[in-house]
Design a protein around this ligand. Sequence first.
Ligand code: NAD
Ligand code: UDP
Ligand code: UDP
Length: 328
Amino acid sequence: MHKRILVTGGAGFLGSHLCERLLDAGHDVLCVDNFFTGTRRNIRHLLENRSFELLRHDVTFPLYVEVDEIYNLACPASPIHYQFDPVQTTKTSVIGAINMLGLAKRLKIKLLQASTSEVYGDPTIHPQKEEYWGNVNPIGFRSCYDEGKRCAETLVFDYVRQHRMPAKVVRIFNTYGPRMHPNDGRVVSNFVVQALTGRDITLYGGGSQTRSFCYVDDLVDAMMRMMATGPEVTGPINIGNPTEFTIRELGELILELTGSKSKLVFEPLPSDDPKQRQPNIDRARDILGWEPTVGLREGLLKTIEYFDDLLRKGDRPNEVGASRVLVS
Ligand code: NAD
Ligand code: UDP
Ligand code: UDP
C-alpha cells in the first residue's frame, strides 16, 4: 500500500539509504533534517523525485505534518559528533522522541525508533541479548548519547503502554557503508580514509577490542521489516551482523583491500570505550525472518569505492567538532 513516510535524520548516512529504499518501494517520503551531520549531498539524487520532499527542521521543536508512518533516526551517531554539543545530543534524543511520539499519537500511526547497541554500554555479557539491561556510565563523555537513547526507549514503551500506540524499537549495532561522514571519527570511515590517503591507521588501545559490522543495505532491510510488523511487535530487537572482528583485524583487512602502504599505529583508548560488542540476533531471525547477507569484505569494497570517489572529487561535507573523541 502506498504511504507517506516521515524519515527524521533523512539526510544522514542511514536515513538517506532508507529514504531511497522507501521511494523505490513506491512511497512518498518526507525527509526532515537539521543538517547537523547530514548533508544535501547524501540526498541530492532524490531531490528531483516528485515523491520526495525535504524539510529543514530540528526535531527538538514540535512538528505538525500529516504522514502515515514515522522512522525516527534524527541524532548524531558518532562519538565525535555526539560529544561536540552533548546537551543538544540529549535534547535531540529525548525531546525529539517526545515530539515524534506526540505526532504519532495525534495521527494514530506507527513509529520506529532507531536505538543503539550503546544502550548496553560496556557490556558484561556477551553476545548481547535484548533482555540484558546494560552497563552504562551515567555521567561520562558517552552518556549524552547512551542515556539519551535509553530515555528515548523508555518514552517509546511508556507511549505504547499509556496510549496504546504501535511504536517499535530497533537497537542498531555498528553499521557502515557509502555516505558515512568522512570526518565522523568512526572506525570504518577513519580507516578507509586513512588507507586511501596514505596516512597512519590509528588503532585506539591495542586494537584488541571487538565490534561486529553490518552493511547498510542489510540494516535498512531489517528496519523496513520491523515497521511492517503488527502492533504486538514492539521490540526492542537487535539489528546487526553477528560476525565479530577485532579492530586490528579490521585495519589489516582495509589495508589489504585498498592495497595501501599505510602503517598501523597505536593511540590511547577513548574513555568508556566498550571492549567487545556482538549482537545476538535470534529475535530478528525469529520475528522478522531477517539476517544479514553482506559479508565484511564485500561491504568494505563498496565503501572503499565510495570514499575513493569522494576523495577524488574533493567533495568535503560540513566539518563538525573535534578531530577525535575525548580520552579522559
Ligand atoms: P548520521 O549522523 O549520519 O545521521 C543522523 C542525522 O540526524 C543527520 O542527518 C543529522 O543532521 C540529523 N540530526 C541530528 N540532530 C538533529 C535534530 N535535532 N533535528 C533534525 N535532524 C537532526 O548518523 P547515522 O549513522 O545515519 O545514524 C542514524 C540513526 O541511527 C541515529 O539515531 C543513530 O543513533 C542510529 N544508530 C546508528 C548506528 C550506526 O552504526 N550508523 C548505530 C546505532 C544507532
Ligand atoms: N507534537 C508534535 N506534533 C504533533 C503533536 C504533538 O510535534 O502533531 C509534540 C508537541 O510538542 C507535544 C509533544 O509532541 O508537546 C508530545 O505530545 P503529547 O500529545 O504526547 O503530549 P502533550 O501535547 O500533552 O505535551
Ligand atoms: N577506533 C579505532 N581507531 C579509530 C576509530 C575508532 O581504533 O580511528 C576504535 C574505537 O576505539 C572503538 C571501535 O574502533 O573501539 C569502534 O569505534 P566507533 O567510533 O566506530 O564506534 P563505537 O565505539 O561507537 O562502537
